[in-house]
Design a protein around this ligand. Structure first.
Ligand code: ARG
Length: 235
């Protein structure tokens, strides 16, 4: 450091969006989850130091990264071409598909997206689940704009689903399955999207990008990746 900015160049700030179990959530006031443990283990393999975690709504993470308020996004964020227009990603660290959640024990049992016709559907703002709703339900004329509700956080969507205010939620499958374990909701069906999560970094941060990608490979090799997976997923 040159000392003028009061910080060390190797100190990085991470941003996440809790309410996405088991990847990131708040428990007893503490930020915990798969992404939290994984990024910390990965950064430990590099010459960087993780100074701080900041919490945002999911759709504010990319702006926060672009503004330089954070250096890395760890938020179960799917690597997409659209996002790669504004940010860069590490190598993938987790694969996921999408699922549709419904109220438990209700009589609505959709088996495919077409079955959501004329239903009230929810997703989190800025997610790939929302893109599915937009492109495969609204654009296809299966539901109207008014039948879609966008939430800042999936936790609110799940609460409304439990109360019967929504018919269905589109959500990443591992997270839908986790909500189904603890809430009055169930996974009606899953569908393949082949998504891969990466840590997001600024487009000009290629040193950090490479260090984190190498770190991911190192924690896979050392067995830490499997340990963290076992901590956060029943297996
Ligand atoms: N994987 C999905 C996406 O990239 C959902 C991520 C939501 N993450 C969160 N921390 N709320 O859009």
């Amino acid at each position: 450091s040159d000392g003028s900015d009061g910080g060390d160049d190797n100190q990085i700030i991470a941003g996440t969006a809790p309410g996405f179990e088991p990847f990131e959530m708040t428990r007893d006031g503490e930020l915990v989850g798969f992404d939290i443990d994984l990024l910390e283990a990965v950064v430990d393999e590099t010459e960087y130091e993780l100074a701080e975690w900041n919490e945002y709504e999911f759709d504010s993470l990319i702006p926060a990264l672009e503004n330089g308020n954070i250096d890395v996004i760890a938020a179960a964020m799917t690597i997409t071409e659209e996002r790669q227009q504004s940010i860069a990603f590490t190598e993938p660290y987790y694969s996921a598909n999408q699922s549709v959640l419904v109220q438990s024990g209700g009589d609505f049992a959709p088996e495919a997206l077409e079955d959501l016709e004329d239903r009230e559907v929810g997703a989190q703002s800025g997610t790939t689940g929302e893109t599915v709703v937009q492109e495969q339900l609204i654009d296809e004329g299966l539901i109207s704009d008014d039948q879609y509700t966008s939430y800042d956080n999936y936790v609110y969507a799940v609460q409304e689903l439990e109360r019967g205010l929504l018919d269905a939620i589109v959500i990443d499958e591992p997270v839908g399955a986790t909500f189904a374990d603890s809430r009055d909701v169930e996974v009606a069906f899953t569908f393949e999207t082949g998504e891969e999560y990466g840590f997001g970094v600024q487009q000009d941060a290629s040193d950090l990008q490479t260090a984190l990608s190498d770190g991911i490979a190192a924690v896979r090799e050392s067995g830490q990746y499997d340990e963290i997976t076992q901590t956060w997923f029943d297996s």
